[in-house]
Design a protein around this ligand. Sequence first.
Ligand SMILES: O=C(O)CCC(=O)C(=O)O
Length: 256
Amino acid sequence: MDDTTLVSRFLRDGFVKLDGAVAPRVAADCARLLWRETGCAPDDPATWTRPVHWVAGMAQGPFAAAPNSPYLHHAYDLLVGAGRWEPRYSLGTFPLRFPHEEEPDDAGWHIEGSYLPDGESWYFTNVRSRGRALLMLFLFSEVGERDAPTRIRVGSHLDVPKVLERYGEDGASGLALAPELEAVSAHRPLALATGSPGDVFLCHPFLVHAAQPHHGVRPRFLAQPPLLPAVPYELDRADGAYSPVEIAIRQGLVQT
Ligand SMILES: O=C(O)CCC(=O)C(=O)O
């Protein structure tokens, strides 16, 4: 995909899928380490006793390599701006979903929070996406439509800024925002984050998305870490040097 297409799709849809952004051997090593973390056996469904295993941060070599391919660095530069993001040498927050009759309790529409104000227990976000440059989805298993792919509301990143604007710099928690964000983005078409190990979805931090129950047969391995900002996003730049993430927020703020 050329740079212009990548940026225009991101602006329009709120995400862009980069096929093979992580080398196959790196992705396979990540998957092997994740299986070990679950204590489940890949070839023995009898050991898959829970609908979701949450794995926190992983920083072994393959997880340090995965977010740092030249292709991804170039895409971060295009979407966030050169010098405006922090390299990361780990991946975090893996919802590993297993085929299961039990419904998971974490499948609602939402955006991610990224900072924790004093005394709060849920992460917050604000209209400048404080603390988060991008939401990223790294696939570490083959994910078809029946393998509980993440659901995405296409273009919903444009519906969120006006809601967040009302909460000012303080922002609001992902939990408090969820019902309203679900309502304002309900008209958006649905996309599914399907693909192969090593594919990466780079998403606007305001993209409304949701997990879903897994009624298929193949466990679904995914990381959904943030790309962290090196400098805060700005919505009023004297030099007009807005990144695509900022351009989309500004578009959302004037959308009728
Ligand atoms: O598991 C998924 O498909 C997405 C999970 C998610 O969005 C979350 O828990 O924040």
